[in-house]
Design a protein around this ligand. Structure first.
Ligand code: MG
Length: 292
């Protein structure tokens, strides 16, 4: 489902609103806006409900006909800064604990808390003791927030400068996530981390997770990073031929083959959540970048 598509005509109509037009055109535009408002309202509601179960990526191949229908990059960056409620800590720009990002995360975490407290999640497949309940978390912008790096880099990823942030363990926690993760572990869930970061960044990743309050095991059996040579269970000839969805869903399949049921899979990218091996998915907000 393309959740962005309904917005385009609205923006377009707004643009056209400043140009002279006939009464019939005004009426037509008015009706069109009303129809889109209804349509977008229902799509937005459906999307919010469906996020947990059927993540729906936007359509990145869409080619707009009108340039003014494309969100303006400068304005989008300003919206992102306002959404995170940009706060300076030392020299780093980080999200505010009271901004809309933190508020949205709190809502998602509340829903996750309720789900993970349910006996359905705690006793997957209804067979007590036979299948071990687990929860799985991506790292960047799921457990650690990378807004400081995006501001530093001007929203332009560079593997060299990004590695400096990673190895310096410079990222704050995603608001509320250490509490959710630690609470899930106390409830009896085995916690797994699954990231596209390379194995070479294990030390920095572990240091960062521990530093911001994740009190769960982060050894190689619980924190999965991308190996230079893919393990045999991934069925990928080389690390470069394995798509993110293949890497992530293949690793989840491997974890489940060890006797776990991943009852909750948390990620900020649709590619974290596609491909199965997760009873329920939790899509976390990330307007900063898109990873297919
Ligand atoms: Mg991520």
């Amino acid at each position: 489902m393309d959740v962005e598509a309904p917005e385009r005509p609205t923006i377009d109509s707004g643009r056209r609103g400043s140009a002279p037009r006939s009464r019939h055109t005004s009426l037509f535009v008015g009706i069109a806006i009303a129809v889109f408002a209804l349509l977008f309202g229902s799509i937005a509601t459906a999307s919010a409900k469906d996020d947990h179960h059927h993540p729906s990526p936007p359509n990145p191949s869409a080619t707009p006909v009108h340039g003014d229908a494309i969100p303006n990059v400068t304005l989008v960056e300003n919206q992102i800064k306002a959404y995170y409620s940009d706060t300076l800590v030392g020299t780093d720009h980080v999200p505010s604990a009271t901004g809309n990002y933190a508020k949205e995360m709190a809502k998602i975490e509340k829903a996750a808390d309720a789900y993970l407290a349910s006996s359905k999640a705690r006793h997957p497949r209804g067979v007590k003791g036979k299948v071990k309940p687990a929860v799985l978390f991506d790292v960047d912008d799921t457990t650690l927030n990378t807004y400081n790096y995006e501001i530093f880099s001007g929203f332009s990823y560079n593997p060299v400068t990004n590695a400096e942030y990673v190895n310096d363990a410079r990222f704050p926690a995603v608001p509320g996530m250490p509490s959710l993760v630690n609470w899930a572990a106390k409830k009896g869930y085995t916690v797994f981390f699954l990231t596209g970061r390379p194995e070479a960044q294990r030390a920095g990743t572990v240091t960062n997770l521990v530093k911001v309050g994740y009190q769960v095991p982060t050894d190689a059996n619980h924190l999965y990073l991308k190996q230079a040579t893919p393990p045999s269970y991934l069925h990928c000839a080389a690390v470069t031929t394995c798509t993110t969805i293949e890497y992530k869903s293949g690793t989840r399949a491997h974890i489940e083959s060890l006797g776990y049921d991943i009852v909750g899979n948390f990620g900020d990218q649709f590619s974290d959540l596609s491909g199965g091996y997760g009873d329920r998915t939790f899509k976390l907000p990330n307007p900063m970048y898109y990873l297919p």
